[in-house]
Design a protein around this ligand. Structure first.
Ligand code: GAL
Length: 883
């Protein structure tokens, strides 16, 4: 929800424009996924080992060891920030680091009784719900407490003399790491990735004990944060002479059909004891992002550079080359997400000591104040959505297939962009965005110095914000999918009545420019106005809801901002916040194209905690999709929108704090499409033929009552039929985004629509009055998965009548069982108020549907059968091959 402290004076607005110049910034860049490939085992000189398996874990509800960050660890962990701030700021205190006597860091401690876990791991997701002291806002799951993770790691004699690093992609939160009882360092912000140097503490030829401690308070987030080591962890072994962390930066320029200039900076690190003469070579090949394989041919190479690096120093080496006939990266579906890979080798006396791979793309981005975003010179309207980091019933534990499914469904809807609200995503999400051709607004902070909840980022802002920001950009800047940086969301520093007014706006913008001069940056503002320091500072004006007339200017803030900043592009960094519960229709239906949830018509006081899916309803600060579309269409200079949200997420269950997950999503938490999906698809993918009619047509007791029928389609004319009799043909006018027949009287039978475009049939839909539930239908999104203990199949079960039609309000209890080399990790149904724990194998259908998520077992090679059964209904099963 928006954070407004007080109302800024209206008179402060700058109304008139000084310049009406069109100004565009041409950004040419080439980007990579270097952290994810940092690097594959087997590359000469470098080994990257996944530390997924073999962990022991225990959660403590109260502090078991007095090692809390704020009271004990802070000064010891702060030096981990030094690589990311200008000049060494923090020194390690003298004396014995804390924790060395704590039993959990000792190799001798017997952890047999602890739980065996595999990373990525989210301890809270299994529930139960209604965890003491955890609000609906945070998802009602037991995220609080201290978590200890322990794992033995063996280094062979061959590892002697190597540099060894621990790369943690994300741990929630205040992570602190010990190796063999020595406190190595840590990183408090749970969404950032970090590296620690294990070299001084490891023993070769014997077992080493790695212990990681994380801690979460009851109130550290406005949404579900997850808990524990919820992303991947890697051991990286290199020669002392190696490419540093995030050690390549690639940009491109001078693009034409014939060639592109590629610039490369390589950070050459010498952790050895003597100066080294190092040869730096890089070749470029095409890159198949789906297989992770470089192509067979070298398409360009950089002239060899020779550098002498003193011991303990890092030296950047810059060079450039040209790629002939470049295959450009661009967003799908209009453009192709072509990728390249730069393969860098460091050699000493012609012997390769390190190999480092940097996937990247060649493309230009222009963000124009009047015309919006252009990629490779072609216009791209931002059809985006904001999304939090969780995967619904799988929780925060990152899973590549779950993330891929989220992006694929957004793309199916016609979406071309995502905003990583409000934090750095898992590195693999950006690899997926590169591969699938999704543009990304990469965002880092939800708060700066002010609290939104008691223990959020503001508690560490002073010490960590610079390190977090620079780390984030260096990690992500080679990804071609990233079109801009966002350095904050709805910051309270927007507000002139707060003492911190505007502070940080220029400072962080300039840090971003220094770390990545090729991209623009923005802040998502919900209560800004022209002439305030934050609006003055940002490169792109990001407006949350203000464009549609919320916040400062009830007439909509697009025009005043455009007039005041004729050189800055504007987009809706957050729009809509529309609310609905899939498959739920509450009467009467609002007459206009936008209504605030609250009355009996929409929900807002519904005892089953539902909001009507006529898709007209929003909280006071939001707007229906229709109202947003109109505001966008009336302001052609606006570059587009990021809808709040693409997917439902855990936490923030507005308007019902008693629930546990959101109502904002276009797609529900289980991955089932709400009606809204088709409203967005009609707008964002207008070439997609079809029609989508709502509500369902099984309303015993509503005979003769007004039951409005709405149709979402990109067609321009539509005729509705009730039991074959025309209820009227309608043409969709300007600023109308749906066909609606609001006075239809319900009678059992069927309601159908025929939609036309340019006089030709464009699509049909029908809803029938269904009979009693008879059987279950089952289907899998993928019937072949990898037998790697990680890949997933998403199984949908529908409760259907004798004709195979879904029984729209069916809530039958479904029992899932499984045989073969796989397990059911979780079940769900998309109901934000369902408090059955996610691992439960019994799940009530909700609006006729239920979901089970199946994961293969490691080493699986065979058939998995999933069976769904329910009292009185014919059961169903589906087979999945895992190999
Ligand atoms: C916005 C906020 C989001 C979310 C949303 C709900 O103001 O930025 O994080 O809370 O409201 O409508």
């Amino acid at each position: 929800m928006p954070f407004l402290r007080s109302t800024p004076p209206l008179g402060r607005r700058l109304a008139s424009a000084l310049f009406l110049l069109c100004f565009s910034l041409l950004l040419a860049q080439a980007q990579s996924a270097n952290i994810a490939r940092d690097n594959k085992p087997g590359k000469a000189g470098r080994e990257r080992v996944s530390l997924t398996d073999g962990w022991k874990f225990s959660r403590f509800v109260s502090d078991p060891d007095s090692l809390s960050y704020h009271t004990t660890l802070k000064s010891w962990i702060l030096p981990s920030a030094n690589d990311f701030i200008n000049g060494t700021k923090y020194k390690r205190p003298s004396g014995t680091p804390p924790g060395s006597k704590v039993k959990y860091v000792q190799i001798s401690f017997d952890d047999n009784a602890w739980e065996s876990v595999t990373l990525p791991h989210d301890w809270a997701i299994k529930g139960p719900f209604n965890a003491p002291g955890i609000s609906g806002g945070m998802g009602r799951l037991p995220t609080n407490g201290v978590g200890w993770y322990r794992r033995k790691v063996t280094f062979s004699e061959a590892d002697k003399g190597k540099s060894v690093f621990l790369d943690v992609d994300g741990a929630m939160s205040f992570a602190a790491v010990w190796l063999n009882g020595n406190l190595v360092g840590g990183w408090p912000y749970g969404y950032n990735s970090f590296r620690l140097d294990l070299t001084p503490y490891l023993k070769t030829g014997s077992d080493n004990l790695l212990a990681i401690r994380v801690e979460n308070s009851h109130e550290n987030s406005r949404w579900y944060p997850g808990a524990g080591i919820y992303r991947n962890v890697w051991l990286v072994k290199t020669s002392p002479t190696h490419v540093g962390q995030y050690g390549t930066y690639i940009t491109t320029s001078d693009l034409s059909d014939k060639s592109a200039t590629v610039r490369l900076v390589v950070d050459v690190q010498n952790d050895g004891t003597a100066a080294q003469n190092i040869e730096v070579d890089t070749e470029i090949r095409e890159f198949n992002a789906a297989t992770g394989q470089p192509g067979p041919h070298v398409v360009a190479s950089f002239k060899q550079a020779k550098v002498n690096v003193a011991p303990g120093q890092k030296q950047p080496v810059s060079s450039s080359t040209k790629v002939a006939s470049p295959q450009l990266w661009g967003p799908a579906p209009e453009q192709m997400p072509n990728m390249y890979i730069a393969i860098t080798t460091l050699s000493v006396n012609s012997k390769v000591v390190d190999t480092y791979e940097t996937p990247f793309g060649i493309r230009t981005i222009t963000i124009d104040a009047d015309k919006g975003v252009f990629v490779n010179g072609k216009p791209v309207r931002v059809y985006g959505s904001c999304n939090h980091h969780d995967h619904g019933s799988l929780g925060a534990a990152f899973n590549t297939r779950a993330a891929e499914r989220q992006l694929e469904m957004l793309q199916e809807m016609g979406s071309n962009s995502i905003r990583t609200s409000h934090n750095p995503p898992a590195p693999e999400l950006l690899d997926l965005a590169d591969r699938l051709g999704m543009l990304v607004l990469d965002e880092i902070f939800d708060t700066w110095t002010y609290a939104k909840v008691a223990d959020d980022f503001h508690t560490i802002f002073h010490d960590w914000s610079e390190a977090d920001l620079r780390n984030f950009v260096r990690r992500d800047r080679n990804h071609p999918s990233i079109m801009a940086w966002s350095y904050g969301n709805e910051l309270i520093e927007q507000n002139p009545n707060e003492p911190g007014f505007g502070q940080g706006s220029v400072l962080f913008r300039d840090m971003l420019r220094a770390e990545d001069p090729t991209r623009l940056s923005t802040i998502a503002m919900n209560y800004a106005w022209p002439g305030t320091p934050m609006a003055d500072a940002v490169d792109i004006i990001g407006l949350n809801y203000q464009g549609e007339g919320q916040g400062l200017d009830t007439n909509g803030a697009f025009d005043p901002f455009h007039a005041a900043y004729p050189r800055k592009a504007i987009w809706s960094s957050e729009s809509a916040s529309a609310l609905s519960t899939r498959g739920t229709y509450i009467f009467p239906v609002a007459a206009g194209n936008n209504a605030i949830v609250g009355g009996a018509d929409a929900g807002g006081n519904d005892t089953a905690l539902r909001v009507s899916a006529y898709e007209l309803y929003a909280p006071a600060w939001g707007s229906s999709p229709d109202k947003v579309f109109e505001a966008q269409d009336r302001h052609g200079f606006v570059a587009g929108e990021f809808v709040w949200t693409g997917w439902d997420y855990l936490g923030e269950p507005t308007p019902y704090d008693a629930a546990r997950s959101s109502y904002f999503g276009i797609i529900d938490l289980a991955g089932f499409k709400k009606d809204r999906f088709f409203l967005y698809q009609a707008r964002w993918s207008p070439e997609t033929k079809g029609a989508h009619l709502l509500p369902h047509w099984t309303w015993p007791g509503r005979e003769g009552l007004v039951t409005p029928v709405h149709v979402f389609s990109s067609g321009d004319e539509a005729e509705l039929f009730v039991n074959g009799k025309s209820a009227g043909r309608k043409t969709r006018g300007q600023y109308e985004y749906r066909f609606r027949w609001d006075d239809v009287l319900y009678q059992p039978g069927n309601v159908s629509v025929a939609v036309y475009k340019g006089g030709k049939e464009w699509g049909r839909d029908v809803k029938r009055t269904v009979g009693n539930a008879k059987k279950l239908d089952i289907s899998a999104d993928r019937t072949t998965i990898r037998g790697d203990g990680y890949d997933l199949s998403f199984i949908t079960v529908a409760v259907v009548d004798g004709n195979g039609d879904i029984v729209p309000e069916a809530a039958n209890a479904i029992d899932f069982s499984i045989s073969g080399p796989g397990e059911i990790v979780s079940t769900d149904n998309g109901d934000p108020a369902d408090m059955t724990p996610f691992p439960s194998l019994t799940r009530n259908a909700f609006s006729g549907l239920a979901l089970a998520i199946v994961r293969s077992t490691k080493g699986a090679d065979g058939n998995i059968t999933v069976t769904a059964s329910s009292n009185g209904l014919t059961k169903a099963n589906v087979m999945i091959r895992a190999n």
